[in-house]
Design a protein around this ligand. Structure first.
Ligand SMILES: C[S@@+](CC[C@H](N)C(=O)[O-])C[C@H]1O[C@@H](n2cnc3c(N)ncnc32)[C@H](O)[C@@H]1O
Length: 304
């Protein structure tokens, strides 16, 4: 496609960005939305690493509570737990993997993967790419234990702390079932929903986050994310924002791909639109104190 032939630096110019946004809003964003079970181990290493680091800092005497909404076959949640375990080996973890499709929840609970083959084949939505490709397996030995028959088993110390739940992201009773969490992962689940449902689910997931805990939300329309999160008491975490935004290869292809990420920029509002991790600072915001967030990866400081 001609767009791909344009050098990356040129794609980031104001004119090309404006043309890209026009293409995206007039054409791409109107293409059909469809859910899939696509997931993979260490899908976005910068995101997994940053979340694990933030979570490990909250590992105190009480168990660290993590929920993955739209967990699919579990690769994302197992990756995050493995990274937390390496940052904080003694942390006690209580994790929940949640999805509305029971057979991917069963596959996640089983924790057995075959290189080059998705465990979500024959499930409700399209399976997407395999959780592990053959050449990726050697880099995942901290998570997956290779078996003589060629399968890969999630290591038992990562499996033991996870409860697998079949539920809907919009279910208001979920909080009664799993309680509030230190980290809520909501990646690549809201984007294909219609905007009303995605807003309701996002608000429901925000309510699951403990004060000082983190909401992690990628694969969602950035304007919808802005509308819901800007007036809230959630503070964007700017550490590694650029690396995280660029860190998932499946988000390439903008402006022609609906879930593609446009080039990272620091235009007004970027620190909500292009940030993936948010901290629940509701108590501070309720007092109407502006929160000075940390220096970001492009060397600026922001009041939100
Ligand atoms: C593309 S996968 C994302 C997997 C993982 N979070 C990741 O980022 O790699 C989306 C998952 O969300 C699930 N899902 C879709 N709508 C949902 C809903 N309303 N409630 C819970 N799960 C949902 C799908 O069944 C699917 O397994």
């Amino acid at each position: 496609m001609a767009w791909k032939l344009i050098p990356e630096a040129t794609q980031k110019t104001a004119l090309l960005r404006a043309i890209g946004r026009w293409i995206y809003s007039h054409f791409t964003s109107r293409t059909m939305r469809f859910q899939s079970h696509y997931t993979q181990f260490m899908r976005n290493p910068s995101l997994v690493g940053t979340v694990a680091h933030l979570a490990a800092e909250r590992a105190t005497s009480r168990p660290l509570r993590i929920a993955s909404m739209g967990c699919s076959t579990g690769a994302e949640l197992y990756s995050v737990i493995a990274m937390i375990r390496s940052a904080a080996p003694d942390a006690r973890i209580q994790a929940f993997g949640i999805d509305l499709a029971s057979d991917v929840v069963d596959a996640a609970k089983n924790g057995v993967y075959w290189p080059g083959k998705s465990s979500a084949a024959n499930s409700v939505f399209e399976s997407g790419r395999p959780e592990v490709l053959v050449h990726e397996a050697p880099q995942l030995l901290n998570i997956l234990n290779p078996q003589p028959d060629g399968s890969l088993h999630v290591r038992s110390h990562l499996k033991k702390d996870v409860e697998w739940v079949v539920s809907d992201a919009s279910d208001r009773n979920l909080i009664k079932r799993i309680g509030r969490q230190d980290v809520v992962l909501a990646n690549n689940v809201l984007g294909p929903m219609d905007d009303d449902l995605a807003s309701r689910c996002l608000q429901n997931l925000m309510a699951l986050v403990r004060p000082g805990g983190y909401l992690v939300v990628d694969g969602v329309d950035q304007e919808l994310k802005f509308r819901v999160l800007a007036p809230s008491g959630f503070t964007p975490i700017l550490s590694n924002a650029r690396e995280i935004w660029n860190g998932d290869p499946s988000k390439r292809g903008w402006p022609w791909v609906r879930w593609g990420h446009e080039p990272f920029s620091t235009e007004e509002g970027w620190c909500i639109r292009k940030v993936t991790i948010f901290r629940n600072d509701d108590d501070v915001m309720a007092g109407r104190h502006p929160v000075l967030v940390a220096e970001d990866t492009v060397g600026e400081r922001y009041l939100v």
